[in-house]
Design a protein around this ligand. Structure first.
Ligand code: DQA
Length: 145
């Protein structure tokens, strides 16, 4: 089973963002945890991060062959119809993850233009949200005939 994890804009500077909101972890620490969880769960994972929207769109296109995709597009989640259109082409289940509780923050963060494409959304659970997303995808694939 192959899962792609796509982190978007400003997640490369996670360690420098407000620790009260984002937990103070660096992106590489987060990715290390994701790789460890994936190996515990017996799935292959590839984590990628970019600050360039077009590159992110290209990675969504590349995810056509994946068995699952975990997306945290950062602020793009709130307005990028380009990323939404790209994710519409992904046949595998999509899990939308946000480290922070976007529903309890500023009004503009409450909307996600991807929300209805997601088979599951994990919001406000910090890094553990990615684990929950992986567990969901592993369970989904197990249900495949
Ligand atoms: C985020 C929430 C977004 O509103 C914000 O722009 C981010 C990170 C999260 O993981 O909580 O960059 O997606």
């Amino acid at each position: 089973m192959q899962v792609v994890v796509l982190n978007g804009v400003n997640l490369d500077v996670l360690a420098r963002r407000d620790p009260a909101v984002y937990g103070g972890l660096s992106l590489s620490e987060l990715e290390t945890r994701i790789y460890e969880w994936a190996s515990e769960l017996g799935c292959h994972v590839r984590c990628r991060q970019t600050n360039h929207e077009g590159e992110y769109v290209g990675w969504c296109h590349d995810a056509m062959e994946a068995d699952g995709i975990i997306v945290n597009p950062g602020a793009w989640s709130h307005y990028s119809y380009a990323i939404r259109d790209a994710l519409e082409l992904v046949p595998a289940p999509i899990v939308e993850v946000h480290l922070s509780d976007i529903e309890a923050r500023e009004d503009w963060r409450r909307q996600s233009v991807l929300a209805d494409l997601a088979a599951k959304r994990v919001i406000g659970k910090g890094p553990d949200g990615y684990r929950e997303a992986l567990e969901f995808l592993v369970a989904q694939t197990g249900k495949k005939p």
